[in-house]
Design a protein around this ligand. Structure first.
Ligand code: SF4
Length: 329
């Protein structure tokens, strides 16, 4: 099997169940775009799930959010239940991965979420706090309540005990220039709480281990602005040998209205064609039809030839993921 075939058989689905966020983080691209809450029509979600059922396709993971905070949608858990009911019947993904600012995950929500994730066999929840004090939190995550997130996370840690060995919980510190000195305090605080709870944990520099779905508690340190950094690996040979960015092979993304893309930074759904947004409705709700469509083949061919959209120039994904994930297999 060629690398290209292998990639096409190891894919990760994103369905954006809602947009919008309760916070106004200055570095977030969501802030530059529309930050209003829009929730996917339940009928659209049904059609997408029915399309997956018809296609008989299977994904490694499902990410049920794209732009914004997933729990800002008060029906988020109900939508996950619907997705889980399909997964029980047709087993279309292996695990679910969710990132959150933790403001809305109270004890009750946390229990429901872990229970749902455990029904799939495995799940990941990453909560980003990024600071050890309210003062700093307000600079990085304006609009949020630091103590609320800390208390919710403490409750989650308690709830986690019943799910260790099945669920991954990430306590994340995204490093910005404002908080670059704060990580030792952050680490000390959460290390103390985990030790008091007799919970083993691991400190990781980025979420690679989480992506390898090894259950556990991780304190995750991650650099911010991954789409603003200049990638350090951008030689022509890497672009050609490694198909450039692997996203065009592995990660279909469906937006809240059915818009489709493959790129996690394509918040305006214009990467495939800057003059036209494609919708899953155009492909009769078939992700498979979209994935093997002419526009997608065209963009993969462009990537293989070393022609990338401008956005890729500053994206850390370029070359790195393929290097790490596939090169040595
Ligand atoms: S390299 Fe380009 S296509 Fe890949 S994730 Fe980054 S912006 Fe998207």
């Amino acid at each position: 099997m060629t690398l290209e075939d292998r990639l096409l058989n190891d894919w990760f689905l994103t369905i954006e169940l809602s947009t919008g966020c309760n916070l106004k983080c200055p570095t977030c691209p969501q802030n530059a775009a529309n930050n209003n809450l829009e929730v996917m029509d339940e009928s659209l979600l049904f059609d997408i799930l029915n399309g997956i059922s018809r296609d008989r396709i299977k994904f490694t993971s499902l990410t049920p959010f794209f732009r914004g905070e997933p729990f800002y949608n008060t029906n988020f858990i109900e939508y996950l239940k619907l997705i889980n009911s399909f997964n029980r019947d047709i087993s279309f993904f292996e695990f679910m991965t969710i990132h959150s600012n933790g403001q809305f995950i109270n004890d009750n929500t946390g229990k429901k979420l872990f229970e749902l994730m455990a029904k799939n066999g495995y799940g990941e929840l990453i909560v980003s706090l990024d600071s050890s004090s309210d003062e700093l939190y307000q600079k990085i995550r304006p609009g949020g309540d630091f103590n609320c997130s800390v208390n919710n996370l403490k409750q989650l840690i308690n709830t986690y005990k019943a799910y260790s060995g099945i669920i991954t919980l990430g306590i994340q510190f995204v490093e910005h220039k404002e908080n670059s000195d704060d990580f030792p305090k952050f680490l000390k605080f959460w290390t103390g709480i985990l030790n008091n709870n007799n919970l083993p944990f691991e400190l990781i520099a980025e979420n690679e281990k989480i992506m390898k779905n090894v259950p556990g508690i991780y304190i995750v340190r991650k650099p911010a602005g991954e789409f603003e950094q200049k990638s350090t690996i951008q030689s022509t040979s890497i672009k050609i040998n490694h198909l450039g960015c692997h996203k065009a092979w592995v990660s279909p993304v469906i937006g809240v209205k059915g818009e489709i893309t493959f790129c996690c930074a394509d918040y305006n759904f214009e990467m495939i064609n800057s003059n036209k947004t494609y919708f899953i409705q155009d492909f009769d709700y078939s992700i498979k039809s979209f994935w093997y469509s002419k526009p997608m083949q065209k963009i993969r061919n462009a990537f293989k030839a070393g022609n990338f959209p401008k956005k890729c120039d500053t994206c850390i994904e370029m070359g790195l993921s393929l290097e790490n994930k596939y090169e040595d297999q």
